[in-house]
Ligand binder design. Structure first.
Ligand SMILES: CC(=O)O[C@H](CC(=O)[O-])C[N+](C)(C)C
Length: 249
């Protein structure tokens, strides 16, 4: 079967002409509804991981301590990320003419009725493998780049922006192969890949080559840089505010 889409622009053009401009926002509700708790839990897990490994009198953490804290952060969000991603991917994949799900809640209920909690949690190992190492390297690269850029104790605005953007790129370069496998697993019909990752990996790579694991990386990186630049800028603003006004927290 020929490819349905031929690159990023072709995908955008075909989606707009066939289903209208709003089709580019298909599946936006699950990430919108879960982005705040996911990032809140992620940063909480990061802080908890730091507390686990840091000495009370230690001022700056070593690279491996930051990496460990990032791994804890990545592991802490999996339970909420998996069902949100499952629903998002299914909503993104359904065509306008063959609609099975009527939005976020309807999709969640139908998945539950069809296969219980296990059905909502299809793709757990792939999500775990996508998020844990990538989040470790995400925080580690952020801290290391920031240390390299900051010569003065007070950070200039552009420093967390640049370090955050680069951390987002690192995150996706590391996690993209597992993200591709996760999305394939989460949108397949029940039983199509009975051994999960061990079935979907050979099926995809045999058919399309290893490069299939990085398909779609360009738009992902175009989003990742500004999104994570803004995320870390907001994080630093919050930390400064808390340090100034609620230092005992
Ligand atoms: C998969 C994902 O949400 O990645 C985050 C970065 C991004 O571009 O959204 C990072 N993190 C996994 C740490 C939440």
């Amino acid at each position: 079967m020929p490819d349905k889409y031929n690159g990023t622009w072709d995908t955008i053009k075909k989606n707009i002409s066939q289903e209208g401009p709003l089709s580019l926002y298909k599946g936006v509700i699950p990430p919108l509804a879960t982005v705040v708790p996911i990032f809140a839990i992620g940063f909480l897990g990061y802080g908890f991981g730091k507390d686990l490994v840091a000495d009370p009198d230690q001022e700056t953490l070593t690279g491996s301590q930051v990496l460990f804290a990032g791994l804890v952060s990545g592991a802490s969000t999996t339970f909420i990320t998996v069902p949100a991603e499952r629903i998002k991917c299914l909503l993104q994949m359904q065509g306008n003419n063959t609609k099975k799900y009527n939005g976020f809640v309807d999709c969640g209920i139908k998945l539950w009725k069809e296969g219980g909690i296990r059905n909502l949690y299809i793709g757990t190992s792939a999500t775990f493998l996508r998020d844990v190492p990538a989040t470790g390297l995400y925080f580690c690269s952020y801290e290391q780049i920031l240390r390299y850029l900051s010569v003065e104790p007070d950070k200039a605005t552009w420093e967390p922006l640049l370090a955050g953007g680069c951390a987002g790129v690192v995150n996706w370069v590391v996690s993209m192969p597992f993200d591709t496998l996760k999305s394939k697993l989460q949108t397949a019909s029940l039983g199509e890949y009975p051994r999960g990752l061990r079935s979907v990996y050979p099926a995809m790579v045999k058919k399309e080559g290893v490069s299939v694991l990085y398909r779609g990386i360009i738009p992902v990186l175009f989003r990742a840089f500004p999104a994570n630049a803004a995320c870390f800028w907001g994080y630093e603003l919050c930390m400064d505010f808390l340090d100034k006004h609620i230092p005992w927290l």
